[in-house]
Design a protein around this ligand. Structure first.
Ligand SMILES: NC(=O)c1ccc[n+]([C@@H]2O[C@H](COP(=O)([O-])OP(=O)(O)OC[C@H]3O[C@@H](n4cnc5c(N)ncnc54)[C@H](O)[C@@H]3O)[C@@H](O)[C@H]2O)c1
Length: 449
């Protein structure tokens, strides 16, 4: 073991084997969820490949470069298999998963036909919903309860029944529901401690958003929780307290997919070469239901906040005022129905080189939102289940790789650089399996020369 690895020796984990079936709970059965579920069924039927999934396709280097040890991640760490996943979820609309997949039009009808029966069997349970938090949607498949605590208990009952019905060993929840309006009052006392939060649930305090009620229900049941939206579901100190208390892994927030993925690939490169930034204008058109929800200024504000923070932490304007102290960053999302899920993003980046000479970079990304998001959900589910079996509770910063606005300890700055995030994830896997940490200096190859 080298010195860096020695430091981490105590962090090796005893990991319970992934036996039995894993239940995947998805609040929100729209484009992302249906694309994930249909994709898993199609891959399991041998009709597609899980492209974009690190857990399924990526290899990890172990030891020295000349040892040529690069197993698949899924052979290196004990992950649940794709065939062991059973899906369940909630939505305000009653459409089963086949209909939901047809509605959003991400995967073609013919392919969906191969797994139609399995998809039809996935029917959403009634949702916990409050139209005050998502203005542009209304559906009838909604639970009624006297208080938010009672609604949380109904969600727990759904989970228990699902576990029993399918003989599941474990559960993981990933929020794939709509973006709620931006919560201005996160410093309200109800969000600060678990005790105050539970009292507020019982009092049906209306500032508690539905996504937080799902998160609370999951954590109470010891179910790991990932937040794929900009909502603040597990960001409140009260929910972090519950996750720590019950030793349940949590991660968030907002899946890093299209434009922000590109941003966190390009910006670290510009920064590494000390090229200055004058302005970054990002605009998008998208026409799916997510786009419709984001057409409401309250929901857009939530998105703007998670999308907006990435450049700051990568470029560190406070440390490099000449290069990044005063750039203009603007983000626009326009709802344009003809495009459906086939989003198009334009980035105009004004940069500066030697002697502050101006240059420009243009990116036109014709992406497929849910095609990029589905493998992210799959990986999060499998990694959170791994973390749970390894006894790792609370915030899982090593999963920052998958998020626009990664959760981390409040006194730390989040890491947004995709390559730093990739190293963080891989070294975490090496550490928990008792393998050597790789520092990429390469100096040790030349020591005897
Ligand atoms: N598609 C992507 O690439 C991507 C990337 C980053 C983040 N996200 C986020 O992921 C989430 C899902 O995206 P999508 O494209 O699938 O959206 P979508 O609109 O197709 O699906 C969301 C579903 O959630 C349901 N819903 C809303 N509130 C609910 C509640 N309280 N309980 C249960 N269901 C509820 C809606 O009825 C809808 O069917 C959004 O918050 C989005 O911002 C998506």
């Amino acid at each position: 073991m080298n010195e860096t690895s020695e430091k981490y020796r105590g962090l090796k984990k005893e990991i319970d084997p992934p036996k039995g079936k894993l239940g995947v709970l998805l609040p929100g059965m729209g484009a992302v969820s249906s694309t994930l579920i249909a994709g898993v069924f199609l891959v399991n039927a041998g009709r597609g490949k899980p492209v974009g999934s690190v857990t399924q396709m990526s290899r990890i280097r172990l030891g020295k470069r000349n040892e040529n040890k690069t197993p698949l991640i899924q052979d290196f760490v004990p992950l649940a298999g794709m065939k062991d996943l059973v899906f369940g979820g909630w939505d305000i609309y009653e459409d089963h998963c086949h209909q939901a997949a047809l509605n959003c039009g991400v995967i073609d009808k013919e392919s969906l036909g191969f797994v139609q029966k399995e998809l039809e069997a996935v029917r959403p349970w009634s949702a916990v919903f409050d139209p005050a938090f998502v203005k542009n949607l209304s559906g009838k498949n909604v639970k009624q309860g006297k208080s938010r605590m009672e609604l949380a208990e109904l969600l727990m009952r759904d989970m228990e029944a699902f576990k029993k019905e399918h003989g599941l060993e474990r559960l993981v929840m990933c929020w794939c529901g709509s973006t709620e309006i931006y919560t201005e009052n996160m410093d309200h006392p109800a969000f600060q401690t678990l005790e105050a939060f539970e009292a507020a649930l019982k009092d049906d305090l209306t500032i508690i958003p539905p996504s937080m009620i799902y998160a609370y229900a999951a954590l109470r049941m010891g179910v790991p929780f990932a937040n794929g939206s900009p909502n603040l579901c597990v960001d409140a100190p009260a929910l972090v307290e519950l996750a720590n208390k019950n030793r349940v892994p949590i991660a968030g927030k907002d899946f890093k997919t299209g434009q922000t993925l590109m941003k966190t690939i390009i910006a670290p490169g510009l920064k590494a070469r000390m090229l200055g930034l004058t302005g970054w204008f990002s605009s998008n058109i998208l026409g799916n239901r997510d786009g419709e929800v984001l057409d409401d200024p309250g929901s857009f504000r939530s998105k703007e906040v998670t999308k907006g923070s990435v450049l700051e932490s990568i470029l560190q304007g406070d440390l490099y005022p000449d290069l990044y102290g005063d750039y203009y960053h603007k983000i626009r999302i326009e709802y344009y129905p003809p495009r459906g899920d086939a989003k198009e993003g334009w980035d105009n980046i004004d940069i500066r080189g030697w002697l502050d000479q101006p240059m420009q970079l243009k990116i036109n990304f014709l992406c497929r939102d849910s095609i990029l998001a589905a493998p992210v959900v799959l990986d999060l589910v499998l990694f959170l289940d791994l973390a749970q079996r390894a006894g790792m509770g609370g915030i899982q910063e090593w999963l920052s790789f998958y998020f626009k606005s990664p959760m981390c300890r409040p006194d730390l700055t989040p890491v947004n650089d995709l390559f730093d995030q990739d190293n963080k994830l891989r070294n975490t896997l090496r550490i928990i399996m008792g393998e050597e940490v790789i520092d990429h200096s390469g100096l040790d190859y030349y020591e005897d020369a």
